[in-house]
Design a protein around this ligand. Structure first.
Ligand code: PLP
Length: 387
């Protein structure tokens, strides 16, 4: 089938399905075999073996993902961090320098600030919406620039067009964690990015039952990352590939519903007297609202908020909610709430967290596919009980 002429909804369902179908099976079967017959005549990386990321289940899910983002190739990994670290360690070597957005997921922040230096790789943080300040941070050793499409947990939207253009101008590899946007709302490769990364644990799977990651981009670069992954060993098991492929078939339906629900919930929270601040790119008051409206097909299912009543009220609010579970992670069909200072960003030194604007009482909401009216009603009753 020709994927480029199809709509995203059709690609999500059909792309990657083996042709001809395996024994006529409508769904890609799980090939739970660690290795395949091989007489050793081919190259090492082509030996069919789970760690080498090339079973039929890898092929199916990777082809679907590449088609969804309009890219040449994709690679799945055993977690989001496996995708991020393997991609960074492919693009950078000892002596190299990285430019990276200052406000991002705690695990990525910790890897860059604690692990890269020990490997001889240096980095500089950049202000994500001030391209004029980036040139001063460049060094002759700068090789890559890294941002999140919508940042975790403050929902910042960097000047994405400027990032891709800056990378082209200076010969850098542009890397973007596209988890919060998903291919439904933003397709980085179509916008000039070299590598799009996904925490497939989140929206791509969409059901909170598998950990996985993904790297999407041009065949040559993704191929180099596959070789590194083959060596580092962060491959995804075929059963997890199957679960990921199954989840991705409903990606477009889920994400569009989550976009709608989050917009309704963000608007209701923004208008509520007990709420001091809502971070959501779909709100006109968001600093990057105009850019988001221009670049995104939807504003995503993630938002964060701060209550006017501080930490005590926040705690009462979270525990008065009856629909969302209080749990880290995101992107599933069920709504979740978490305080990043205690979970996803607890590894950051408190003073650094505060300097970034991640207060102790910030609540991150992953909006699910429940009925929007039920969610709004539940959040409003919890706010009234928190006062
Ligand atoms: N990047 C972002 C934006 C995330 O939210 C997360 C997890 O919450 C990760 C990376 C790490 O993903 P994983 O837990 O699958 O390694």
């Amino acid at each position: 089938m020709s994927h480029t002429r199809k709509h995203l909804d059709t690609i999500a369902v059909h792309a990657g399905t083996p042709t001809p179908r395996v024994l006529g099976a409508v769904v890609t079967p799980i090939f739970q075999s660690a290795m395949y017959e091989d007489d050793g005549a081919g190259a090492y990386h082509d030996i069919r073996y789970i760690r080498l990321n090339n079973t039929p289940n890898h092929a199916a899910v990777q082809a679907k993902l590449a088609a969804l983002e309009g890219a040449e190739a994709a690679l799945v990994t055993s977690s989001g961090m496996a995708a991020i670290t393997t991609a960074l360690l492919t693009v950078l070597r000892a002596g190299d320098h990285l430019l990276i957005q200052n406000s991002l997921y705690g695990g990525t922040h910790a890897f860059v600030t604690r692990d890269l230096e020990g490997l001889g790789i240096s980095f500089s943080f950049i202000a994500d919406d001030d391209p004029g300040s980036w040139e001063a941070k460049l060094t002759p050793a700068t090789r890559a620039i890294y941002v999140e499409t919508i940042s975790n947990p403050l929902m910042r939207v960097p000047d994405l067009e400027a990032v891709a253009a800056f990378a082209k101008k200076h010969g850098l590899v542009s890397m973007i964690d596209n988890t919060f946007a998903t291919p439904v709302n933003f397709r980085p490769v179509e916008r000039g990015f070299d590598l799009s990364l996904h925490i497939a644990t989140k929206y791509l799977n969409g059901h909170s039952y598998v950990a996985s990651g993904a790297v999407v981009g041009a065949e040559g670069l993704v191929g180099r990352i596959k070789y590194k992954l083959d060596h580092l060993g962060g491959s995804l098991d075929p059963h997890a590939c199957f679960l990921l492929e199954r989840g991705m078939k409903t990606l477009a339906l889920r994400v569009r519903r989550q976009n709608e629900n989050a917009q309704k919930l963000a608007s209701a929270l923004d208008a509520h007297a007990a709420v001091a601040r809502v971070h959501y790119p779909g709100l006109v008051g968001h600093p990057a609202h105009a850019r988001s409206a221009r670049l995104f097909d939807g504003m995503g299912g993630m938002l964060s908020l701060e209550l006017a009543g501080g930490l005590g009220a926040t705690d009462r609010f979270m525990h008065a909610l009856t629909i969302p579970a209080v749990a880290p992670s995101l992107g599933g069909v069920e709504s979740l709430v978490t305080r990043p200072a205690l979970t996803s960003h607890s590894d950051l030194p408190p003073e650094e967290r505060r300097a970034l604007g991640i207060t102790d009482s910030l609540v991150r909401v992953s909006v699910g596919i429940e009925a929007a009216d039920d969610l709004v009603e539940d959040f409003e009753q919890a706010l009234s009980r928190a006062a």
